[in-house]
Ligand binder design. Structure first.
Ligand SMILES: [Zn+2]
Length: 400
């Protein structure tokens, strides 16, 4: 693992500020015009590996602030123009678009925050063969893998990209979570990835309009927004159907209720809760999604502008809650409690859903099977580029 670098928060002199101002102006002038094609949310659609919506977006500039990013593989960017799905050039720009969109969303909520890995986050769009992706304090790595004769690239899904970006964002916001030996903290990291995917998706006007039409304005329904990583879920389903949801990898609309993770099995089919962080993360993500839907329900007008505002408000509440939360084994309820405190000053009628509400009896037992997570992946907590499916694996030995 890369060593941790210190945060940069140096004061800026007027002279430097002037130079930066000129540099910003020059960058703005150099900003490319035109559009690229990108997936709106995922290449897949429900249980199908294809059928996702293609949208046109302004050409993303990854080197820009906030949260500068560089795609290191492939080494050079293809021409910035609309490319056809199924091509490497399309995959590059849809990944770049998702990265920039996610970084812009979190950057607005985290002014002055820089990456834990350094000034620029490196991204490898094809690190090898696997149905996975991870963040490891060096950067983001995505993979490709085959299922039923189709090659799936994890970096092609905005859901997966914004999930991994979420790990890097949370690591920059609260670095002490990265190595915390706690099931709930590890699960929260995974939940934050999924929340990042959901909130980043909501920054797209077409997605907001689409999900409102699909749900009739009642957001707490399974939808394109709540279903995460449909295509990757499809690919995994071809080998082990029980490892994923029937129509996606994970669904933020679920009925999982908090239980002491020490009392749960370490692995379980997707229909049940286990203490594996990705599985257990669904409790917090489900409560968050319920809260998001509840905030929209409180709006007089439930249109896409209201949904955009709700996404920003709950993002701000989440960030404030994470900042204030103590890093303890019962981290879910810590964050929920601090979020309620923050929200009470701004959204008096808003309530955190019961499933992780802090008034629930808290487990006091010390967590068993404590592990140190060296990397955060999309499906399982291993930096190893394993080809064996994680659902049949013992816990990865590389996690000390
Ligand atoms: Zn993850």
């Amino acid at each position: 693992m890369a060593t941790k670098r210190s945060k940069r928060a140096s004061k800026t002199s007027p002279a430097r500020s002037g130079r930066r101002g000129k540099a910003r102006a020059a960058a703005a002038e150099a900003k490319p015009k035109g559009v690229v094609n990108a997936w709106e949310q995922d290449p897949g659609d429900g249980a199908q590996p294809s059928g996702g919506q293609v949208i046109q977006r302004p050409v993303p500039v990854l080197r820009e602030q906030p949260f500068s990013i560089r795609i290191v593989n492939p080494a050079s960017a293809p021409e910035a123009k609309p490319h056809s799905p199924g091509t490497a050039d399309f995959r590059y720009w849809t990944a770049a678009e998702a990265l920039r969109r996610g970084a812009d969303f979190w950057g607005a909520l985290l002014p002055g925050t820089s990456w834990e890995v350094g000034s620029i986050l490196p991204v490898d769009l094809d690190f090898g063969i696997d149905l996975n992706a991870f963040y490891d304090r060096e950067g983001l790595k995505f993979f490709h893998g085959s299922a039923a004769g189709r090659t799936v690239f994890s970096g092609e899904s905005p859901d997966v990209v914004c999930h991994e970006l979420g790990h890097a964002i949370l690591d920059s916001l609260k670095p002490q979570l990265f190595d915390a030996a706690s099931i709930e903290v590890a699960a929260f990291h995974e939940s934050f990835g999924d929340m990042s995917a959901i909130l980043s998706a909501l920054q797209l006007p077409s997605l907001r309009e689409g999900v409102l039409a699909e749900t009739g304005g009642v957001l707490h329904r399974a939808s394109r927004l709540s279903r995460l990583a449909e295509q990757l879920g499809w690919a995994i389903r071809q080998s082990v159907p029980s490892a994923v949801e029937a129509d996606c990898l994970r669904n933020a609309v679920n009925t999982f209720f908090y239980r002491d993770p020490d009392t749960l099995p370490t692995m379980a089919p997707a229909t049940a809760l286990s203490s594996e962080p990705h599985s257990f993360s669904r409790v917090f993500t489900g409560a968050f999604f319920e809260g998001l839907a509840g905030m929209l329900a409180m709006k007089d007008t439930k249109n896409e502008a209201a949904l955009l505002q709700v996404s920003r408000d709950i993002g701000a509440i989440l960030v404030a809650g994470i900042r204030a939360a103590s890093v303890v084994p019962t981290f879910f309820s810590q964050v929920a409690a601090t979020m309620i405190g923050v929200a009470a000053t701004q959204f008096s009628a808003w309530q955190w859903p019961r499933r992780t509400r802090p008034c629930a009896p808290r487990p006091s037992r010390q967590a068993r099977n404590r592990r140190r997570y060296r990397g955060y992946s999309f499906r399982w907590p291993s930096m190893a580029s394993v080809s064996l499916p994680s659902w049949s694996m013992p816990r990865p030995s590389r996690s000390a």
